[in-house]
Design a protein around this ligand. Structure first.
Ligand SMILES: NC(=O)c1ccc[n+]([C@@H]2O[C@H](COP(=O)([O-])OP(=O)(O)OC[C@H]3O[C@@H](n4cnc5c(N)ncnc54)[C@H](O)[C@@H]3O)[C@@H](O)[C@H]2O)c1
Length: 350
């Protein structure tokens, strides 16, 4: 796999007034007069949203991006925040109307390990919340981004290089909501010509917000424990291979997909995107290059191991590469170096 190590595009200067914003050229975000409407991010205080919102605001301006969540932020944020419970369609609609929203990044969901413990709540939020978001988007002609997951695959999917179009028979409630979400987004595009787009994201590695209860959380924990304690007890078997991605790549994928020329998108919901795949043992080795005395032992959690075993080792992302130019920039070595540097700086600043 080749890694494009080019620089991130220069952030576009945003406007902080309430006039027309220089937001991407998505047809459904354009009003008749040519002005562009705001971006709403649901579930914005989670692992992805807490990094996606600043990234979007860096490009389009603080006022152009409305963060929302069912809980209140712990500290004030520079741009607008709306308390929105995605289980309540009227709350999404009120935010969309009040803030003149043209694009929704719909992130609110329960992740795989939490969903396994709370299947009813997972179904209600992951399906109900998405349905409400799509219905409001249909009525207000918004574009919608939906994050699917490697969890949308199952044990009958080819494990090494899961194709873009293949058997999807997930055995987890999380995966069932993700594959259903992909289909629902496709339906809204075909039936109502709604501009829905999505990615099948692998496990995400990030340093700023804690992960929200996924099966791949061990990777983030391993970096942190290596620096804090020199030791980590891993809940997956040492040879469990899973697809992973560093957050800067994931954020770029989400933004680039929404910027992409619609006429090139054959697979709207959802594109496989990949960057690296490794086992806990291989990640520990990569960390030992920088933290030589780091030790790992294993106490397998059958619930999370069961989920991991039902997922492919890695996905084939050739459709994303061909249709909208996807290319990852961080492999395991680059991710490890950057994560350790940034976590070290955070720990020293405490
Ligand atoms: N993090 C990953 O590794 C990963 C991988 C693949 C896909 N995804 C998907 O990306 C999305 C975001 O993931 P994340 O890691 O940021 O999740 P997270 O658990 O860290 O954050 C989810 C956020 O949703 C909020 N939320 C919960 N109930 C809500 C409700 N009723 N209304 C509004 N907000 C509510 C939570 O308060 C939380 O801030 C999810 O759909 C997830 O399935 C994540």
């Amino acid at each position: 796999m080749e890694f494009d190590r080019g620089n991130d595009p220069e952030p576009t200067a945003g406007r902080s007034d309430s006039g027309p914003f220089a937001i991407p050229s998505q047809a459904s975000s354009l009003r008749a007069g040519g002005t562009v409407r705001r971006i709403l991010v649901t579930g914005a205080l989670g692992q992805i949203g807490s990094e996606l919102v600043p990234q979007l605001r860096g490009r389009w301006g603080d006022e152009a991006v409305v963060a929302s969540d069912v809980r209140e932020p712990e500290a004030p944020t520079p741009g607008p925040f709306e308390r929105v419970d995605c289980m309540r369609s009227e709350e999404i609609e009120a935010a969309v109307t009040r803030c003149d929203v043209g694009t929704v990044y719909h992130l609110a969901a329960l992740l795989s390990a939490v969903a396994k413990q709370r299947p009813t709540a997972a179904w209600d939020l992951n399906m109900g919340g998405l349905y409400h978001a799509l219905e409001v988007a249909r009525q207000h002609r918004c574009a919608v981004f939906f994050p699917s997951s490697i969890g949308a695959f199952g044990p009958s999917t080819p494990a090494r290089g899961a194709p873009q179009e293949t058997l999807q028979r997930p055995t987890t409630i999380y995966g069932i909501t993700k594959v259903s979400g992909e289909l629902l987004c496709d339906y809204y595009h075909r039936r109502f010509d709604l501009d829905t787009r999505g990615l099948r994201l692998p496990g995400l590695i990030s340093y700023s917000a804690p992960p929200g209860g996924g099966t791949t959380d061990y990777a983030v924990e391993m970096f942190l424990h290596a620096l804090e304690r020199g030791h980590y007890t891993c809940y997956l078997r040492p040879d469990t291979c899973l697809d992973m991605m560093y957050m800067p790549d994931a954020l770029r994928a989400m933004i680039e997909l929404m910027d992409a020329d619609a006429s090139r998108l054959r697979h709207r919901n959802a594109y496989n995107v990949a960057a690296m795949h490794f086992t806990p043992e291989e990640l520990a080795e990569a960390i030992r290059v920088h933290v030589p005395r780091f030790e790992v032992d294993y106490q397998v959690d059958p619930a999370r191991q069961d989920i991991a075993d039902s997922w492919p080792d890695w996905m084939d992302d050739s459709a994303a590469r061909a249709e909208w130019g996807w290319a990852p920039r961080y492999d395991l070595a680059a991710t490890t170096r950057d994560m350790l540097e940034r976590l070290d700086a955070t720990l020293r600043a405490r």
